[in-house]
Ligand binder design. Structure first.
Ligand code: AMP
Length: 284
């Protein structure tokens, strides 16, 4: 595996491969890699000739008072894991390689509407930061396919919309959420949970699956379903709810009834740690 820190270096590495007609698969990450990331990387490895992973904690997508400074960094282990899984290129740029001194960088990419729902309400400009870095990374890597987790469902839809609107020639591949044995979605932030908080965090997925069962039992009313999820989360005693929303799976608009493919999305704070999760649900 080759590790490169510069944009020019990445282009120099990939250009001959692209000219030779080899397909390029790309997995953008912020590092602290875990089984969820590995599942995306393994899928890219299975489907593409060349696999590129970026490891970059993108300051643009963190708001004031968020956990940018605390974001876990495990670069040596990340690179070893990528190497073991047959990654060809790890791109690990510095902030100045990506954004210069910050003053000269003047471009932002915003996907309206989709960015205003769910996490967009409590994390102003978060998705603008995501779109800007992902568009830039696509410009650097020029992948044929890029792999994103359904764990960040809103991000997945936003990136899909962005590449469609900007005619960026990349296929966005959605990958299922990888979970711990008790259902908790694997996340770099789970390591911040104390043992008690970790136990309470399992209630997030339980609340989602119990709502799905409720739908399968015939309940279609969003208020009833949301109330059930809220009740479930509140009884764990640890979770402060940011949002519980059941939205149209295609555009994240609120629903009053489950009458089309929907997504149940939640965000909670457990202690200082903000966790998100979502599941699909359909009236069928
Ligand atoms: P991050 O490093 O948190 O920016 O995540 C990089 C990519 O990994 C994103 O596309 C995430 O959606 C995806 N990802 C994170 N956690 C999981 C998970 N538990 N299962 C599947 N994909 C995940």
């Amino acid at each position: 595996m080759t590790t490169i820190e510069t944009i020019e270096g990445v282009r120099g590495f990939l250009d001959p491969m692209r000219r030779a007609g080899r397909s390029i698969g790309f997995v953008p990450t912020m590092g602290a890699l875990h089984a969820g990331h590995w599942s995306l990387i393994e899928r890219a490895r299975a489907e593409c000739d060349v696999v590129v992973v970026s490891i970059f904690v993108n300051p643009l997508q963190f708001g004031k008072g968020e956990d940018l400074d605390l974001y876990p960094a495990t670069l040596d282990a990340d690179l070893a894991g990528c190497d073991e899984r047959g990654v060809d290129l790890a791109f690990c740029p510095t902030v100045s390689e990506m954004y210069g001194d910050g003053q000269s960088f003047k471009t932002g990419v915003r996907v309206s509407d989709l960015s205003e729902h769910l996490c967009g309400r409590s994390r102003a400009n978060h998705f603008d930061g995501v779109c800007t870095v992902v568009a830039k990374l696509f410009g650097i890597v020029g992948p044929d396919r890029a792999y994103f987790g359904e764990k960040d469902y809103q991000q997945l839809l936003i990136v899909r919309r962005m590449v469609a609107d900007l005619s960026i020639p990349v296929e966005i591949v959605a990958c299922a959420t990888l979970r711990e044995r008790d259902g908790l979605a694997i996340s770099s932030r789970n390591r911040f949970l104390s043992p008690d908080q970790r136990k309470a965090a399992a209630g997030i997925y339980e609340s989602l699956t119990s709502a799905v069962e409720f739908v399968h039992a015939g309940q279609r009313n969003i208020s009833e379903l949301s109330a059930r999820i809220r009740h479930h989360l509140e009884t764990s005693g640890q979770a402060r709810i940011d949002y519980v929303e059941i939205v149209d799976a295609a555009n994240l608009e609120s629903l009053t009834e489950i009458d089309r493919p929907a997504r149940i999305c939640v965000a909670v704070h457990i202690g200082e740690t903000r966790l998100i999760d979502n599941v699909a649900v359909d009236a069928m």
